[in-house]
Design a protein around this ligand. Sequence first.
Ligand SMILES: CC(=O)N[C@H]1[C@@H](OP(=O)(O)OP(=O)(O)OC[C@H]2O[C@@H](n3ccc(=O)[nH]c3=O)[C@H](O)[C@@H]2O)O[C@H](CO)[C@@H](O)[C@@H]1O
Length: 359
Amino acid sequence: MMNKVILTGGGSAGHVTVNLALIPKFREAGWQVEYIGSENGIEKQLIEPLGDVRYYGIATGKLRRYLDWQNVKDPFKVVKGAFQAYRLIRKRKPDVVFSKGGFVSVPVVLGAWLNRVPVIIHESDLTPGLANRIAIPFAKAVCTTFPETEQHLDKGKARYVGAVVREELAHGRADKGRMICGFTKHKPVLLIMGGSLGARKINETVKAALSRLTERFQVVHLCGKGQVDPAIKHHSYKPFEYLNEELPDVLAMADIVLSRAGSNSIFEFLSLKKPMLLVPLTKEQSRGDQILNAQSFEKSGFCEVLYEENMTPLSLAESLEKLYANRETYIRNMEGQRRQDALEQLFELITETAAAGGK
Ligand SMILES: CC(=O)N[C@H]1[C@@H](OP(=O)(O)OP(=O)(O)OC[C@H]2O[C@@H](n3ccc(=O)[nH]c3=O)[C@H](O)[C@@H]2O)O[C@H](CO)[C@@H](O)[C@@H]1O
């Protein structure tokens, strides 16, 4: 009989792209792959078009850091989602569940545990997020991107595998990227990525600095959903809400990158050796995980960090010009990095866990 895996994870693309990297591996090995995500999240938009991965939507809630009417309704949604996930897993009988985190993954992990289906979790950030912290007691193992994460986990559960990067990102073509953006070969390219949902503060500062930035660079800007400003028209500026299959070509064309410090993004830039200026999400807006991600990269000499509280149109433009001037140093530091085959290791662990069953 065919092996079956149920994948889960969502809320933002950072909780889906690891699953996207794994799917071709399962396909090659002849596994049946199914996905449990939210009814309307970005995971649905990214997974359903694949065609061969059956998608099930369940109710989800989110634990917010601010007061909101939804905070009253959400616990009920989480309970409903847990029942839905439990019933789905009992019916679909997967050999193993793999969770990339995000709030939708909590009821799925619980549902798997109640059905005695083994669970493997992946944590992209240096410290585990709230959803994973709730889910970890129900998992067999937690795969980590950073070796330091082990200190924050139960003994015996952590497996350091490194960053899982989609293989297709390595096959982009710069000439195709230039065609997509209408750019020339004769001016350097700055790629701006505010995380998978965009970053309003970065977008506003870029807008204010745009005339200086476009003097020096051709700028391709991934703004996030609903955040493209149609009023900005310039031959050296190309905004998009989100890029999917075009992303490898656009990345291949970029000389330097300005980005939030989401774990998946920064490891993708590292694997492609793109010098980066990182503006981590602040402690007020998050648990501070991006600050740790950025500091870890800074220590290794892969990036410059500009803290949001110090970011002005002037400091942003100057930092980017400096990054471009010193780009060879960053590239050399990134070339010295030993590459782990994280995808292969993760796939093997999932396969072994499935073979061992609920033991
Ligand atoms: C606001 C928030 O909660 N951010 C978290 C979220 O970020 P976020 O969802 O932004 O996650 P990442 O930066 O880790 O990953 C974004 C992913 O989206 C892809 N992408 C992005 C833009 C685009 O146009 N096309 C595209 O494919 C990137 O290539 C990358 O694979 O999850 C990360 C991983 O747990 C955390 O480190 C971040 O702190």
